[in-house]
Design a protein around this ligand. Sequence first.
Ligand code: CAA
Length: 379
Amino acid sequence: MSFQLNEEQKMVRLMARDFARKELEPEAARRDKEGIFPVEVVKKMGQLGLLGMMVPVEYGGVGASAVSYCLALQEIAYSCASTAVTMSVANLSTEPLLKFGNEDQKAKYLFGLAQGELLGCFALTEPGAGSDPGSLSTRAENKGDYYLINGTKIFITHGQYADVVNLITRTDQDKGSKGLSAFIVEKGTPGFSIGTREDKMGLRASNTVELIFDNCRVPQKNLLGREGIGFKIAMTALDSGRIGIASQALGITRACLDESIKYARERKQFGKTISSFQAIQWMIADMATGLEAANLLTLSAAWKKDHKLPFTKEASMAKLFASELANKSAYMALQIHGGYGYLKDFKIERLYRDVRATSIYEGTSEIQRLVIARHLLKD
Ligand code: CAA
């Protein structure tokens, strides 16, 4: 067993770090304040291959490993957690096509998604279906050569800017989670529009909107796989997505740690730098130890994905542990900063707001525990 990164992994991490420090970090605070989605920056990330990293070379991607993807995403999150969720959801949105798309669908969409010409999003959640997507009610009626889609999706990351939507709908009223189907819906399809743009507590430079389908006609050829496997497609995509959110949380934790060390070395009280106080040292030690553990959990889940081993439980463990750690780390880092940490002038104030979503989206911590426990308790 080796804990050393290989040359490809080191190179990808360096490239992402360089991009994040130069292109994201300097403007991250302003974008957060103004709630601006960085269209041009996201375009550049697409051109660098960061938005469809695991798409194989034959479909226009760079065919990076999941481990390399996690390393890159951590670097992006370290500088801007908002852009990291954009990157995570864009990569997630290539998964349904890769695993369930036919050759025509792959040829039509995957090249564009991998090379940054198209931005993809993932639409599962509805007002009445969050943790329980098996109960969703957006409906697709089979009309022969097209499906007629009606319903509303909410909390859709960069839905306003996406060119293609991975949409999970109901095609059978009586079959619960076995009655769902997945479609690719293109921006501009008549009957498909953008609703409310959410005003969020954190991740303010990411875009979160409602998608409205009102008698929207989607061609039959845009059905992914077959009718009835939409839930499986969504869960498979979320397995990968959860490794991405774990990586986002890791980037945030590392930023919390670095900000804490920097501040503790500068700030003087009682005639000494606060880094000399044990209370501060313990918080720093706890953050660093958690970071190491969460990194190993996340990279091991990614490694399993790369080696085509089951990784549903491991992805949930990584997402649970890394996002809970990131929340605790942001709390500790703000505590170390004291009153200054409560001011918008300090990066920790943004990290404290951004981090909160990591233990909620792509399955709350409670849902991750449910997934883990079901795997351990099944026959
Ligand atoms: N991979 C493949 N198949 C899976 C699967 C997986 N990971 N998980 C479940 N399935 C299959 C099961 O095997 C089962 O099939 P069979 O009946 O043939 O065995 C079927 O799906 C139903 O499974 P369950 O009975 O376990 O389903 P459930 O209704 O009890 O739900 C759940 C399970 C884990 C709670 C699931 O609903 C879940 O993950 N909920 C959370 C939803 C979520 O994460 N939403 C996030 C929205 S996206 C988002 O946030 C993106 C963003 O923008 C940031």
